[in-house]
Ligand binder design. Sequence first.
Ligand code: ADP
Ligand code: MG
Ligand code: MG
Length: 201
Amino acid sequence: DLVLDADFFRRWMAAAAAAVDREADHLTELDSAIGDADHGSNMQRGFAAVTAVLEKESPQTPGAVLMLAGRQLISTVGGASGPLYGTLLRRTGKALGDAPAVTEEQLAEAFAVGVAAVAQLGGAQPGDKTMLDALLPGAAALGTSPGAARDAADAGAAATVPMQARKGRASYLGERSIGHQDPGATSSALLIAALAGTSGA
Ligand code: ADP
Ligand code: MG
Ligand code: MG
């Protein structure tokens, strides 16, 4: 079985930061259709801060990496997505405990705990056109493999197009939110793709 150590989790966060940089304009474009056109810059600012704090403090366990990254997102990202993504990473990290390395199976279990915490904090249900529509199928498929999780999260993000938003800013648009892909579901798929693209040791 693959062993995922603190370095793996640092590389995941670096890959997520790179993906967010690459896709920032696209995320902002999606948010300009059904929100306030800041999702790309919110995510860029947050993940740049995550990269910086991980270099500075160099946490030594998978759990400590994700908890520090989550705290940093909460303190640097204004808007709905900061506390939600911060909670996702903090609660996933907390669920990993203080083990020096974890298995893919343990990561899948912990990630499901983190996603459940996002659902509890934001009060969204599947089908409400939020990040959960990518996170929930991604978390479920992570038990199979990271590649399956990436595919499921991508499909989940694409499936938000015909949905009407029932949470967050996009919900103010009512039926006019239909026909656009949710920005947060799109960035969640990027986060999971970054995980799938990071190789373990
Ligand atoms: P803001 O809407 O405050 O400008 P962002 O643009 O950074 O924040 O993030 C918007 C994304 O946050 C949405 O596309 C949606 O996926 C997600 N989101 C908003 N509210 C919720 C919620 N209650 N539960 C889950 N996700 C949410
Ligand atoms: Mg926004
Ligand atoms: Mg905003």
